[in-house]
Ligand binder design. Structure first.
Ligand code: PLP
Length: 462
């Protein structure tokens, strides 16, 4: 199983190297050279299986010889053991033909735990086997960082540095990053917004001397291993609603395009997915792009769904790569134009994108109104990200095709917005009820590549 870069110039790698390196050396993102297929019979055979078994069958061909069957099976078991719901990704019904996939039962209460917990297990196993050590640096708008710190805390072969935008993450998110006591995890509060964090991270990956010296590894949603782990719940949800006999649509609260790209991979594998609906908040570059073809950055406006406050949506590059007929040079050119402010998707590529993706956006008022209405009429407390999804999904319902909206975080992770909309302050689950009493530990840093690299080198054993 080989992985190739979306910019066509980096070496072709196997699964393990792809996962350990994160970003390709030509600045691109790794994608599978060919997508493994699941037949209708393979999909039918998933009916009634535990989540872990579905995960094994869906991911096995992508992982190939990186892990043997027994090892891979036990990594999956360990990854999902800490979840607070035995179904892992349970479905609840919101309305006729509209379902919610609750992806927030992991240890940090957001869907990122699905991928990060598994990546933590896979990194540890692969590095142990190689006698190797890596430095993981991640950029976060809140949820990736908490999920990464939770997944990697205390591991021997890994130091983790998480860059988050100072003052722009929720208090629960921040505390999940700053309260773990393990010495190998480092929360860095950067003066800037999320796109600055992401840009400095990319700079580090493109600074090869630093990259090689600290053995830099990435676990942002550009890491192929993360996308892969997220493919699984598209299968488990669709099968529960009647696939492969019935098609299913999904609406995905979207920021960096990682989660919805996983849905696209599920579709390419053979899962009968009708629509993949991109739901954005007021930071709507993806919605505008799918409507007009113009991918133009417009500055980030902080919102009540901060994990989607993104203007440069990294994983969109993977979708563009396919839409441009896997032409790495064409993608590299678009990414150069993006540095100067934006690009126009060609008419042919836009038509390709629209075969799989459609989109919508929700304003702040619409998001709050949806939280209130879902509480009153559906008995469901939604986090603001999930509410963006529900609002946009309702504009795309089709009586013939069930719609699944992904609920990406637990309402207690964003209690201020939920309280504003409903008057109810959702409590944290019992297992993390003391979060607000634990002491915090973080480092403030300026938005400067050299300063960040020095900080990291000072903290790791070189
Ligand atoms: C990360 C995140 C998103 C956006 O997911 P992408 O894969 O970046 O599109 C949406 N909601 C929540 C709660 C998140 O943490």
């Amino acid at each position: 199983m080989n992985y190739v870069s979306t910019r066509g110039k980096a070496p072709v790698l196997g699964f393990e190297e792809t996962m350990l390196s994160g970003l390709a050396r030509d600045g691109g993102l790794y994608v599978p050279e060919t997508v493994p297929q699941m037949s209708a019979g393979d999909i039918r055979a998933l009916h009634g299986l535990p989540y872990e078994e579905v995960a094994f069958r869906v991911m096995r061909p992508f992982v190939a010889d990186a892990f043997d069957d027994d090892t891979f099976g036990s990594l999956i078991e360990n990854a999902y053991r800490g979840f607070g719901h035995v179904a892992r990704a349970p479905l609840v019904q919101l309305a006729p033909g509209h379902f919610l996939a609750e992806l927030f039962h992991g240890p940090t209460l957001a869907f990122k735990d699905f991928a990060m917990q598994l990546i933590g297990q896979m990194f540890e196993e692969a590095l142990k086997r190689r006698g190797d050590r890596v430095t993981i640096v991640g950029a976060t708008s809140g949820d990736t960082g908490s999920a990464a710190i939770e997944a990697f805390r205390g591991l021997d072969a890994v130091d983790v540095f998480i860059l988050y935008p100072h003052g722009r993450v929720s208090e629960v998110q921040r505390r999940q990053m700053t309260t773990p006591v393990e010495e190998n995890v480092h929360a860095i509060a950067l003066d800037g917004h999320f796109d600055d964090c992401q840009a400095r991270l990319k700079d580090m990956f493109n600074h090869f001397e630093f990259r090689d010296e600290v053995r830099l590894a990435g676990v942002n949603s550009i890491n192929w291993g993360r996308v892969l782990a997220q493919v699984v719940y598209y299968f488990s949800s669709a099968v529960a609603l009647g696939a492969p006999e019935r098609s299913v649509s999904f609406t995905v609260p979207t920021g960096n395009f990682g989660d919805i790209f996983a849905g696209y991979i599920a579709k390419r594998m053979g899962l009968p997915i009708d629509k993949l609906v991109v739901a954005t908040n007021q930071n709507d570059i993806l919605d505008r792009c799918l409507r007009s073809g113009a991918y133009e950055t417009a500055g980030v406006a902080p919102s009540i769904s901060p994990s989607m406050d993104i203007q440069v949506s990294s994983n969109f590059e993977r979708a563009l790569f396919d839409a441009y007929g896997r032409d790495g040079a064409a993608v590299a050119q678009l990414m150069d134009e993006l540095k100067a402010g934006g690009f126009h998707v060609s008419q042919g590529a836009l038509e390709k994108l629209r075969e799989d993706f459609t989109s919508g956006c929700a304003s702040e008022e619409e998001t709050l109104a949806t939280i209130a209405r879902a509480h009153q009429t559906m008995g469901e407390l939604l986090c603001p990200h999930s509410a963006v999804g529900v609002k946009v999904a309702e504009e795309h319902l089709d009586p013939a095709v069930p719609m699944v909206t992904l609920a990406t975080a637990h309402p207690a992770k964003f209690p201020d917005a939920v309280e504003r909309a409903t008057g109810i302050r959702p409590p944290l689950p019992e297992r993390m009820a003391d979060l607000f009493e634990r002491p915090e530990r973080m480092t403030r840093a300026e938005n400067d590549l050299g300063a960040l690299e020095t900080l990291i080198k000072d903290r790791i054993p070189l």
